[in-house]
Design a protein around this ligand. Sequence first.
Ligand code: DON
Length: 304
Amino acid sequence: MDYQAVLDYIREAVEPKFGKGKVADYIPALAGVDARKFGMAVHTVDGKSYKTGDADEPFSIQSISKLFVLQLVMSHFGDMVWTRVGKEPSGDRFNSMIKLEMEHGVPRNPFINPGALATLDLLMSLKGDTKARIRNYLSFLAMNDTVDADMVVANSELEHASLNRAMAHLMRGYGNVHMDVEELLATYCYQCAMAMSCADLALAGLPLAAGGYSPVHETSVISKSQAKRINAVMLTCGMYDSVGSFAYRVGLPAKSGVGGGILAVVPGKMSVCVWAPELDAFGNSYVGTAALEMFTSLTHTSIF
Ligand code: DON
């Protein structure tokens, strides 16, 4: 399969799809991103890489960070994380609180905002600098020392974090958040503001395609069983309340972010990252989803 030709074809084929979504503006610093950007990168488990368009340009990874914080938490705490969050799709928006009170402060899964806050709260219970731990992990996985948070984005989100703040307080009231809420929010906004390119993220996601093993580092970063479980939670919860139609159209475990990135995993074969900032009504990249749909159709890489 000529993956380079497929990526170049997709870059042209998505052209008519621009202008139909909307760049995230509820975090003011994201509103100014160029809506016409498009990048896509693939890393295969046997060491090949391909990219097209703006694949080397860093963008705000936002909720894609939740995938890596979950990995850190699972490697330190194992299955204990599932006492703090569930592993069921929520069927609601990523920033919805509607079920959180009814379910006594235990979020449905680690990828919706309250779930990511509870997961991060657990990581922050470890000694040491949590922000540095997250940055170092991402920079290690992407083999890129320049990976860092964009503090303009982090501060902009922190100033507009009323919903996330409300969720964190609700969970603290139910005993499912233990850290100081402001410190938790600042760390959460920091993880979401990490800036990485499609090429960085595809490399960082490669262990999920290789049973937890990183072929480029020649070491396992998570166990085989953890990779299997994280892929399962991505498949069922990674695209929020459009996870069903994403599985129907694309057929891969994936995690999106409101920066317009989507990181998808083809188990046993490769990781794929796409970036296109315009979002659909569910907060997932509109053009990015279309690009991944073309990718799995052309390369027969859907898991179904
Ligand atoms: O907390 C927020 O709302 C953002 N920092 C992240 C949300 C997000 O990326 C949802 N993704 N599609």
